[in-house]
Design a protein around this ligand. Structure first.
Ligand code: FAD
Ligand code: FES
Length: 508
């Protein structure tokens, strides 16, 4: 044991954590009633300082992407972390707090033998989280994780923020789990493309002819970028962005000083516009809306994001659509429907995604080709679906939501239910988006509101905005208000009056 004196009891605040050091380790001290706990100081997901998080309802909520951990024992409650917190031995000597620099062993008990086989189709955000959750929740049978991409699941969200900006080489994109994890947890990774699924006979066929049978299966195939239906769309410098290979192809084709035209004003389109601009390209966006993201974030924040792009030199065209991409064997220009010609070296299409459900044609589908699930993410007996492909009930309405954390929340619920549990989605959707070094955090899923109020100025962050409907918070948006948003992530699970939310924000 190598104990270090790290603090006095009185130094530790009641309603937040305190970061201290034990040897080389950053440690988080938390009060649990009149006791103390010592956990790793940085979030297992992407390293956020957990002392900046919020404590609420017995949970610690990460300030960055709102992973949640049980204060009592550090157990993982909500992703995008896929791990619980490491706990450190702690000793009180009088009012002095001493912490060991070696964490306690993982309390996990080995799962019992199980003859069942669970298949997971798609090893992205949701599929990987589901595989990890099955083992975490004690499943001892076979877990087969199938993906058409050769590499293990990785953090897709950095592709449009840092990879195509030239700030993160594709080989440094964080893996969701290390290779050793799959080995140790006996999760079989299978590189293959699922061609069809027979729910009645519980089998899956791959394009190479292989057939696998299952006891339970989870479909987590995500989205496929919508293609552009225009003359010239087949030229090699016309890109979409979903996978690491596609990001690599964009990066390989990109040189500072070139002209990029982005078609669309989706989140991926505008994150890509910012990234390519930061990479030194001249960027023009052909936008469908006069104010981007107004539907999700409201006019004020949409205009502030637009102003940020314009201030960094992105040019927006909203008055005409693309008619044709010119060029023989490479992109030369885009012609608009109004006759205008925009010279271009590359085109990035960001007009949304369609659920990647072609192999599941036999299953009941929504009009948008997503799979309908119940609140426990179940499609039918023995079959679950999660993430971008799932239409699920949320607050009495059917929704399909394309967010990273939500896909992983779905996955954890489905994993519990595949093991006989009865869990349901009762959380608050959350996502983030990054434009020229500024991160926008969004909580909720409001398509209508009757009041909106800001603390701070959306044009000059930090700021936080609350969207209210009938006096209750329907959504919240913020920059650099991490603890307040972490607190709201937990408190918005129950109807939260707007006045009370403002009081909470003032007090955190
Ligand atoms: C560039 C980019 C940036 C993003 N940024 C953010 C962000 O900042 N915040 C946020 O909240 N969300 C963001 N998103 C959205 C987020 O990534 C998705 O909501 C999330 O990945 C959905 O998880 P999923 O598991 O459903 O799908 P995915 O993560 O796409 O995983 C699906 C997997 O299934 C595989 N697959 C598909 N079909 C088959 C088949 N037939 N056979 C075998 N394998 C198959 C695919 O190869 C893929 O690996 C971003 C998305 C992109 C593309
Ligand atoms: S760093 Fe904690 S959830 Fe991402």
């Amino acid at each position: 044991m190598a104990l270090h004196r790290v603090a006095r009891f009185a130094d530790i605040p009641e309603h937040r954590g305190l970061e201290v050091r034990a040897g080389d380790n950053k440690i988080l001290l938390l009060r649990v009633g009149d006791q103390l706990r010592a956990y790793q100081g940085e979030c297992p997901h992407a390293g956020a300082p957990l002392a900046e998080g919020a404590l609420c309802h017995g949970r610690l909520i990460c300030p960055w992407h709102k992973a949640a951990f049980r204060i009592e024992d550090g157990a993982l409650c909500e992703p995008p972390s896929l791990d619980s917190l490491k706990r450190y031995p702690l000793e009180m000597r009088g009012d002095e707090v001493w912490v060991d620099e070696q964490p306690l062993p993982d309390p996990h008990t080995p799962p019992a033998d199980d003859h069942r086989t669970f298949l997971i189709i798609g090893a992205g955000a949701a599929g990987t989280a589901a595989a990890a959750a099955l083992r975490e929740k004690g499943f001892g049978g076979r877990v087969v994780l199938i993906d058409r991409e050769t590499e293990a699941g990785y953090d897709r969200t950095v592709l449009s923020k840092f990879v195509i900006a030239g700030q993160m080489p594709p080989e440094e994109v964080p893996a969701l789990r290390e290779d050793s994890f799959y080995r140790e947890q006996r999760i079989e990774r299978l590189n293959g493309h699922v061609a069809s699924l027979d729910a009645q006979h519980r089998s899956v066929r791959l394009t190479d002819g292989q057939t696998l049978t299952y006891d339970a299966a989870l479909i987590a195939t995500g989205g496929t970028p919508k293609p552009l239906d225009l003359p010239g769309a087949e030229l090699p410098q016309v890109f979409v962005l979903r996978s690491k290979d596609q990001a690599r192809a964009i990066l390989d084709a990109t040189r500072p000083g070139q002209r990029a035209v982005i078609i669309g004003d989706s989140f991926i389109a505008l994150e890509s516009a910012a990234a390519l601009r930061e990479h030194g390209l001249a960027v023009t966006v052909l936008a469908r809306h006069a104010v981007p993201f107004a539907k999700q974030f409201g006019e004020t924040v949409g205009k502030a994001i637009l102003a940020r792009h314009v201030a960094h030199g992105v040019v927006f065209h909203t008055d005409s659509e693309a008619a044709q991409i010119e060029g023989n064997d490479r992109v030369e220009a885009i012609t608009l429907k109004n006759g205008q010609r925009l010279p271009a070296d590359l085109v990035l299409v960001g007009i949304g995604v369609s659920p990647a459900t072609e192999p599941f044609a036999g299953l009941p589908m929504e009009q948008d080709l997503s799979l309908r699930v119940d609140s426990g993410m179940r499609v039918s007996e023995g079959l679950w679906a999660v993430g971008d492909i799932a239409t699920f009930p949320l607050n009495g309405q059917l929704q399909r939501i394309e967010h990273w954390r939500l896909a992983q929340q779905h996955a954890r619920i489905a994993a519990a239910n595949m093991l006989g549990g009865d869990e349901h989605y009762l959380d608050v959707p959350y996502f983030w988006t990054w434009h020229f070094g500024t991160n926008y955090d969004y909580l909720g899923h409001a398509d209508a509101w009757d009041e909106v109020e800001f603390k701070g100025d959306p044009y000059h962050p930090p700021f936080i905005g609350l969207f209210g409907r009938n006096g209750v918070v329907a959504a919240a948006i913020a920059c650099d208000e991490e603890r307040a948003m972490a607190m709201l992530a937990e408190r918005m699970k129950q109807p939260l009056p707007v006045d009370e939310a403002w009081r909470l924000i003032r007090d955190v």
